[in-house]
Design a protein around this ligand. Structure first.
Ligand code: ADP
Ligand code: MG
Length: 298
């Protein structure tokens, strides 16, 4: 393609809300034959809501959620936002809730959060975080987790002073049209894969819903990038589509990193292409534009 054709292509992209950062990004996109999708906020709406709570200790939901919210209020994660929203509803001061003070807040990317609240050690997150913290998961908690995962929900475990106190089930539905995008990509001979930090049960349920066969779950940010590199090593030209801080290593590793416009600034910076309208359909727009630019004039 001539420099003019590339400029035109980039301009057309911009006018459609597909921000292409330079000619190289536009060129690479036409060779893409494999796309790695993040789950939360990419395939799913990214506005999760609490749909169920299994309390395993004798405490009031209000008290339980106060402690959890105090810990999560410092987190940027969509799951944290869902928990805060739910916790607010259990209180009288709904508009401007004042959560208990916390000390020693720690955020573990792709795993959860920890803090000291009311002199108790609170850990909120997934199974791997509990296992790494040497907290054993009782049978009723396992049951609640399995039930949530079967329905494509995420089960979040809450431990208080190293004992599991409850499981929160959070639902984050697929974006409308996601299934169709995957099916169109298939017809374009592009293979799709889901890579998520979420657990295997939830990941498999979502993948089935959207029509993707290949799934990698419980992946930390570096493992998302590793998967991209593995695919490249087996000969694929790989695009990564993601929205989170946790996706940025993979966005950089990919031949074409595509960030969801509504995603975090770090992901947007790491990407080669930004989907400003946050529409999954624009993954196709980008590839299509590149194919038209680079197959037309050679
Ligand atoms: P995804 O790859 O689907 O965007 P992440 O890598 O961000 O997911 O998170 C992976 C998992 O880590 C989540 O499904 C959740 O179980 C846990 N997690 C991450 N952040 C938090 C948080 N702030 N509170 C509770 N759990 C969290
Ligand atoms: Mg995400």
């Amino acid at each position: 393609a001539t420099p003019t054709a590339v400029m035109v292509g980039t301009g057309v992209g911009a006018s459609q809300g597909v921000l292409i950062k330079g000619g190289q990004a536009l060129e690479s996109a036409h060779k893409v034959n494999c796309i790695v999708f993040d789950k939360t906020g990419t395939l799913t709406v990214g506005k999760p809501v609490v749909v169920n709570t299994r309390l395993l200790k004798e405490m009031l939901p209000r008290e339980f959620y106060e402690i959890v919210a105090a810990t999560e209020v410092n987190s940027e994660h969509p799951l944290a936002k869902a928990i805060i929203e739910y916790a607010k509803k259990l209180r009288e001061d709904q508009e401007k809730p004042v959560w208990p003070e916390v000390q020693d807040f720690v955020s573990l990317t792709g795993q959860g959060v920890k803090a000291i609240v009311r002199n108790k050690e609170i850990i909120v997150g997934n199974k791997s975080l509990m296992l790494e913290s040497n907290i054993s998961i009782p049978m009723d908690a396992e049951e609640a987790l399995a039930e949530a995962e079967g329905m494509a929900q995420t089960g979040i475990i809450v431990s208080i002073d190293r004992e599991v106190a409850g499981v929160i089930a959070i639902s984050d539905p697929l974006k409308p049209g996601a299934r169709e995008v995957i099916s169109i990509l298939k017809s374009m001979k592009v293979k799709s894969i889901v890579v998520t930090g979420d657990n295997w049960g939830t990941a498999n349920s979502i993948a089935k819903e959207v029509g993707i066969e290949a799934v990698i779950a419980e992946a930390k940010p570096e493992q998302k990038a590793e998967k991209v590199k593995d695919l490249q090593a087996s000969g694929y030209t790989v695009a990564m589509v993601g929205d989170g801080i946790n996706d940025s290593p993979a966005l950089v590793a990919a031949d074409v990193g595509m960030a969801i416009g509504a995603g975090t600034d770090i992901a947007i910076e790491a990407a080669d292409i930004v989907l400003m309208k946050s529409n999954l359909e624009d993954v196709i727009t980008a590839i299509d534009l590149s194919r038209r630019t680079f197959f037309r004039i050679r």
